[in-house]
Structure formats: C-alpha cells, structure tokens
Design a protein around this ligand. Structure first.
Ligand SMILES: [Zn+2]
Length: 330
C-alpha cells in the first residue's frame, strides 16, 4: 500500500550574515534544513543563486520539490510585484530587486516574500506557542526591535505590509533618536545595542560590580547576555537596567493589550534569552497600566520556535502565500 506524500513547502530566513532554508510540511515538520553564509557583498543575483541552489539540494535530498516558497527578508517588500523595497542592512539595500520573479522562474513554483518579523509571527502562530490562540502579538528583540500582530487568526499586514512595527511604539516622548527617525521608540530602550550601551555606562560609572567582574573590566565584552548573567548573580545595577527595559516593554505591551486584548504575547530574537528578567517587569507594567479590565489572562512567553521562528515563518508564508501576494491580511 502506498500513501500519497504530503506537499512540502520551502521556508527561507534571509539575514545579513547567514540564511537558513528548510523544507517542511503543513504540520510544521521540517524534513530538511541547511544554513549558508549570505555573502551579501556579492550582490543580490549571487545571493539568490545560492538560495535557489540550496532549495534544489534540499529538494533532491527529500525526493520532492516544494509546492511553494516563502522568504522572510530583513526589511520592506512589495507584495504585488514580489520585489524587495528596502533591506537596510544588506549592501546595495536591494531596492526593486525582483526576488520572487527570479526564484520562481528558477524553481518552477510560486515564491512569496514577507518581512522577517512578520514571517516569524506567522510561524509562531501556526507552529509554536500561538497554536490555538486567536489573537497574538510577537516582539522580535535583537539588533532592532520588530514584531507582528495576529488578530482573530489572521496576520495583520495592512495596506503596506507594515502593520506590526511595534518596536517603534513611543515609550519615552522626546527620548533617544531611533533608526526610524522618531524619538523614544521601544527599540531605543530594549534592543541589543540599547541594553549593551546601558551596560557599558554601568561598568564605566562603577555601578555594576558583578558586571564589571564578569566582563573583566573590558567594556567591549558587555552584552545583553552578560547583563543577564550579572543580574542573575545579584548585581543591583544590572538588575535595575533590565527592570527598566522590561517595564518599558510592558508599557508598549499594555497599549497592545488595551487595543487588542491578545491571548498571548511572545518574545523572540536573541535578547529574549533574558527571559524572566524581562517578563517579570513586563508583567508588573501590564498590571500597572491596564486598569480598565484584568490583563491576568494574557500569557507572556519566550518564543517556542526560538532561532528557528524565521524559517518556520517562511514555511508558513509559503503555505499562506497566495493571500499575501494580493497584499491582504492572511
Ligand atoms: Zn523607531
């Protein structure tokens, strides 16, 4: 007796340094996966050639070609044309590169693009903590702060595909200048560089003895992970910095709870490894700022898919891609 093989979908998480490609089925089972250097300095054509070659190799190993491809990219995309609009962290910034067209012609299947944080949100909602939740918010805490919002089971994209830029909610009016051009965005207080800068300040001002010791007095070794290590060891300065950052993250989350009352808030990205050091002050801020109703039922959790959220997101985008191509919510 033979059973018909399930269709496979290819997911790609494109980053400035590496990309990860995987083949998965509709249940979220990844059957093949490969990580490659992006080598973005070689230009878009070379990067796309390497991505296509990787998918062909994975398909050969799995014995089946993917039915569709979903690609999460670090920036803005044009759904209708399948072109990248602006990838700020890649050389040449990829303005108007016909990514979907090039890959689709080579691989012979539909290719759909999406911002990487939105892709991760869709991945988490379909294959991670969000399964079964109707409304979910995800923050990606890394070099920048991105995110996405799922409302009643649909990823909210909006007319430009930009809905979910929750890292740019203002939490400090008149605060530090953000990369987006505004001031006091959440990104300026809880991104990796923002926390590192606070850690450096602590070490230089002598207000974090354990962090100073952990870094051997070398400010070049300060990182969010080292801040976390110092806070867990009882460093009051490190603890205060993370309490403040988590509290401001909770303030942004309170806005989202008041607007959407999600079932779940997920923290992804490298900084999410700080886990309860951010989640506890976040929870306190939610209680303090959501007074109209109880926010106690809103779960806050670190991403279940972890660093694979992006590639799972690519698989999810491939599965749901047809709707997004028209620029609608999916
Ligand atoms: Zn901003």
């Amino acid at each position: 007796m033979t059973t018909k093989a399930k269709p496979l979908f290819a997911g790609i998480d494109l980053g400035g340094t590496n990309f990860v490609a995987a083949l998965g089925d509709a249940d979220g089972l990844l059957v093949a996966e490969e990580k490659q250097a992006t080598a973005a300095h070689e230009g878009p054509a070379a990067v796309l050639d390497r991505i296509a070659g990787t998918i062909e190799r994975l398909a050969a190993a799995a014995g089946r070609a993917p039915s569709a491809v979903g690609l999460g990219v670090p920036g803005l995309v044009d759904f209708a044309s399948g072109e990248t609009r602006f990838l700020p962290n890649l050389p040449t910034q990829w303005r108007g590169v016909p990514v979907a067209g090039v890959l689709s012609a080579r691989l012979g299947c539909p290719v759909h693009l999406l911002n990487d944080a939105r892709a991760a949100t869709l991945g988490e909602s379909m294959f991670g903590h969000g399964r079964g939740d109707r409304t979910m918010v995800l923050f990606t805490l890394g070099t920048g702060v991105g995110g996405g919002v799922v409302v009643e089971g649909r990823l909210r994209l909006g007319p430009l595909g930009a809905a979910g830029e929750i890292g740019h909610i203002c939490v400090q009016p008149g605060g530090l200048l953000c990369g987006c051009g505004s001031r006091g965005c959440l990104e300026t207080v809880v991104s990796g560089p923002a926390l590192t800068a606070e850690g450096v300040r602590l070490v230089l001002s002598g207000n974090a003895p354990l962090l100073h010791e952990i870094c051997g007095g070398d400010i070049a070794r300060v990182s969010p992970e080292k801040l976390g290590e110092a806070a867990r060891a009882g460093d009051p300065g490190a603890r205060a910095v993370l309490d403040r950052a988590g509290g401001l993250l909770g303030m942004a989350a309170a806005d989202l709870v008041l607007a959407l009352h999600p079932d779940l808030i997920v923290l992804g990205g490298g900084v999410a490894s700080l886990d309860e050091l951010l989640i506890e002050p976040m929870r306190r801020a939610l209680t303090a700022h959501v007074r109209m109703f109880s926010a106690d039922g809103v779960r806050i959790a670190r991403s279940q898919l972890g660093e694979r959220a992006g590639v799972y997101g690519g698989v999810a985008v491939a599965m749901r891609g047809g709707l997004m191509h028209k620029g609608r919510d999916s």
